[in-house]
Design a protein around this ligand. Sequence first.
Ligand SMILES: Cc1cc2nc3c(=O)[nH]c(=O)nc-3n(C[C@H](O)[C@H](O)[C@H](O)COP(=O)(O)OP(=O)(O)OC[C@H]3O[C@@H](n4cnc5c(N)ncnc54)[C@H](O)[C@@H]3O)c2cc1C
Length: 420
Amino acid sequence: MTTIAVIGAGPAGLMAAETLAQAGLNVQVFDAKPSAGRKFLMAGRGGLNITHSEASDLFISRYRERQAEMALIVKSFDAQALRDWVHGLGVESFVGSSGRVFPQEMKAAPLLRAWLHRLRQQGVQFFMRHRWLGWDEADPTLSDTTGQTKDTTQQLSFVTPQGKKLVQADAVILALGGGSWAALGSDGAWWPWLKEKEIELAPLMPSNGGFEAHWSQHFVEQYAGEPIKTASFKVAGTAPIRGECMVTQHGLEGGVIYALSAILRGQILQRGKAIVTIDLLPDHDIQKVFDELSRARGSKSMSSHLRTRLGLHGVKAGLLREATAADIFKDPVKLAKAIKALPIELPACRPIDEAISTAGGVKFEGLTAGLMIKKLPGIFVAGEMLDWEAPTGGYLLNGCMATGRAAASGLIKWLSHSRR
Ligand SMILES: Cc1cc2nc3c(=O)[nH]c(=O)nc-3n(C[C@H](O)[C@H](O)[C@H](O)COP(=O)(O)OP(=O)(O)OC[C@H]3O[C@@H](n4cnc5c(N)ncnc54)[C@H](O)[C@@H]3O)c2cc1C
C-alpha cells in the first residue's frame, strides 16, 4: 500500500493528511511534540481568527509579494470553503465587526478535537514525539531485498523516546511551520537541512511581530502595557492606517504595528532603522490643533492645557514628551506639527521567536505548481515554512490550510503520473 509521511501536525500538515486520506492513501503523521496543533491552540487563546470575509481580490493582495503564487492556491480553498469545512466539523462560525471570521466559541480546542477525531476515523495514523532530523542517506538497513539502496530522498530519520527510527515513505509532505514560538514546535531547525540539499530558501524573519524603540526608563515605567488608541500610523510610501498598538518595555507591538511589520522590517534591513509617524489626534486637522494650542492658558500647565483643549493625555501625552525636545512645548506651531506627525524611530525587530508568524522559507521558484521541491521529487512543502507572509486577520491560517490541501493534491497527481 502506498504510504505517505506528513511531517508536522499543525493546520497545514493536518489539512494535507485529510486530503490524502480522503484519496484513499495510507497516511502517517509525525510530529516532534507530544500532541498535535500546539500553535493552532495558542492562536485560539486570543480568539481564533480563521479567515476573513473581505472580497477575494483584496484578500489575495494580503499575501503581498507572493500574491501571484498564493492566488490560485487560496482561491481553491477560499474563506467560504474554509467556513464550510469548519461547519462540517460541527462548529459554527461568525463574521466579526471587522470582517474577520471566528468559530462560534472563538476557541481552537473544540475544532481541533473534532478534526483529530475525524482524521483518526479516516485511518490517519499519528506518531507523536517523533522529531524529524532530515534524511538518512547512508544507512545500510534501508537497503531493499535486492541489496540496492532505496531512493535516498524518502529515507526519513526521526529521533523518538525509544531512540532513532528510520521511516520509508512513497512520498512526503513537510509542514514544519516557520521559526517563531519554538516552544510550540516550529523551531525552524529544518532550514539548514534543506539548505544543505541546495533547496532555494529565503532567510526566516519575524512577521507580525514587535519592534524596538529607544524608550527612557521613565517612559517604560509609566506606560509599558498601555495601548495607544485611535491614532493614525504612517510609514513613508504607504497610506496612513488608523488603529491602535501597544507600548511595550522594548518598543511597540500589536494591531497596526503588525499590519506594518513587513514594511518596517524592510526599512530596517535597508537603512538600519524604520520610522513610523504617528498622528496622535487623527480627528483634528493641524489648524484646529494649532488654534487650540494658541488659546491663552493662564496659569494652567501645558499638560493640563493639552488635556482640556485637545483631550491629549495619558500614554499619548507621554509619547509626545518622550519623542520631542522640551523646547517645542513653547512653540504652538512646532507642537501642533509634532502632535499630527510624531516620528518614532524603530532600530530593530523584536526577536523572531516572539513574532506571531515568520516570513521567508522555501521559495516558490524551487517548487512545482503542486508544491513539490523540484530538486527532491516526491517531497512536498506546505504551510508557514513556505516563503510567504500575510498580516493577522485570518490570512495565516487560511494560507496554511490552503497550501496543505494544494501540496496534498499535488502529491496525488504526482503519484498517479509517476506510476504510469
Ligand atoms: C499567539 C499566536 C496567535 C495566532 N493567531 C492567529 C490567528 O488568530 N489567525 C491566524 O490566521 N493565524 C494565527 N496565528 C498563526 C498560526 O497559528 C500559524 O500561522 C499556523 O499555526 C502555522 O501552521 P503550520 O501548520 O504551517 O505550522 P505550525 O502550526 O507551526 O505546525 C508545525 C508543526 O511541525 C512540527 N515540527 C516542527 N519541526 C519538526 C521536526 N523537526 N520534526 C517533527 N515535527 C516538527 C511542530 O511541532 C508543529 O506541530 C497565531 C500564532 C500565534 C503564535
